[in-house]
Design a protein around this ligand. Structure first.
Ligand code: IMP
Length: 182
């Protein structure tokens, strides 16, 4: 099995929270929903927030049955399993190409909402026609910043998760399912 219920890595035990199949099904549904909301005339720009959203973005665009563009940017507010409370925006974004477009920010997880609260405001400077947020995971009990999540696959409890692009100190992004450290 690609995603066993319990795994031991580097001496630590991880328990599966969401299986690869559940993820696959939800991402498929979400892609269809976005496609239907966009309609035939729109070519949305999916803006993948690196590094964590790279797996979600890859699956989302492959399930999106229509024309779309993909861009990437990088930001960070985490060190290990703790938020630093500060956001840093890195280069890598072609802002000119967002002008007048329907932009969907693709994020791995909305935790406190600090990063997305910052990013969604900051991206307004590029004058997108619409700006929406697709987050693979949200932790509703942790949210303390004003963020509207337009599309989301899973609401999860207050736990630190890894897998499907999400890391702990750079590790475990390659796990095909979502795991919680025991
Ligand atoms: P926020 O700014 O507090 O919403 O944190 C969002 C960012 O923190 C995400 O993009 C992730 O990089 C990271 N993060 C938050 N929770 C988790 C988690 O449970 N696992 C891995 N990364 C997380």
């Amino acid at each position: 099995m690609r995603d066993p219920e319990v795994i031991t890595l580097n001496g630590a035990t991880f328990k599966r929270l969401i299986s690869a199949k559940e993820i696959e099904d939800k991402v498929g549904v979400l892609a269809k929903q976005i496609r239907s909301d966009m309609g035939n005339a729109e070519i949305p720009v999916f803006l993948c927030v690196l590094k964590g959203a790279f797996v979600f973005a890859a699956d989302l665009v492959r399930n999106y049955e229509g024309l779309c563009e993909l861009q990437f940017l990088r930001m960070s507010s985490y060190s290990g399993a703790n938020t630093t409370g500060k956001v840093t925006l890195y280069p890598g974004l072609d802002g000119e190409k967002l002008k007048g477009r329907r932009v969907v920010v693709v994020e791995d997880i909305v935790d406190t909402g600090l990063s997305m609260n910052y990013l969604l405001k900051d991206l307004r400077q590029y004058n997108p026609r619409t700006l929406e947020l697709a987050a693979m995971f949200t932790k509703p009990s942790r949210l303390c910043h004003d963020v509207k999540v337009d599309y989301s696959c899973f609401d999860i409890p207050d736990a630190f998760i890894v897998g499907y692009g999400l890391d702990y100190d750079g590790l475990y992004r390659n796990l095909p399912a979502i795991y919680v450290k025991e």
